[in-house]
Design a protein around this ligand. Sequence first.
Ligand code: C2E
Ligand code: CA
Ligand code: CA
Ligand code: CA
Length: 278
Amino acid sequence: ALLLGAMCGLLTGILCAYVMTIRMRPGREILSAINREQFYVVYQPVVHASDLHIGGVEVLMRWTHPVAGNIPPDAFISFAEGQNLIVPLTRHLFALIAKDAPALQKILPPGTKLGINISPNHLHAESFKQDIRELLASLPENYFSVVLEVTERDMLNEKQAIKLFEWLHGEGIEIAIDDFGTGHSALIYLERFTLDYLKIDRGFVNAIGMETVTSPVLDTVLTLTHRLNLVTVAEGVETQEQAAWLRDHGVDFLQGYWISRPLTLTQLVEAHNEPAKY
Ligand code: C2E
Ligand code: CA
Ligand code: CA
Ligand code: CA
């Protein structure tokens, strides 16, 4: 009986360990989180610098893990990329946006831009065009304007990127370069791509007001973007001083905690009902 008990214990132990490794397998964690609807999206308003009225929202993903709590996207996105799961995760994101779209349509004016972050792995995936077509088909017709946010790194394969951007423009989609200034590409490199928006990384925005002489890099970036007719968005605007400086230096759009934190759909609706918010 003792031996039997010990064997049973051992078996249960092995079984437990087995179940644990399966359950803790990161890839499975993401897939099961999709199925269990642990991901949700928040929307951060992007406003015109001139009068602060809303021009778009950036869609940002969130994961509420039952044990670990809120896992920030910087952690789980790279994790999903490493596990080759960015495509299913982004398709899920598209489905979440489509589900919210009718409610968004009620509170956001026509032409509002929906900024969606796209991982490089997805941009170069075989299913990319099909995924984009499905996203467009799932949104109310001719209402929102989709802007894909990609980083400088994604443009390294220059020929492929140029063709892809051409295709996207044909589908009515605009392209924003995200985190601009954090990559390694030369500024002039921008001229070869047909881009619509340039999002100035919050690292540059942070520096405004902290230094007596404002960043020569930021000045150069702004001079160049104006010469290239690019529309600029400043990220991470946290103070009124930064907002004023950016507006006075010709930046077109502002995004950041000073305007609004990322909001759930419910919070966005509430903010909309509060007059004089944007
Ligand atoms: P990002 O694309 O640069 O997104 C902006 C990040 O800055 C967001 O962080 C936002 O909450 C934060 N932020 C906005 N305003 C301010 C501000 O005034 N001050 C400060 N300190 N931060 C501000 P979040 O949501 O944690 O996202 C982090 C990154 O995760 C994003 O950076 C993006 O690269 C990635 N990410 C988020 N959602 C998705 C997604 O759906 N797909 C992909 N591929 N990446 C995503
Ligand atoms: Ca972004
Ligand atoms: Ca960014
Ligand atoms: Ca980023």
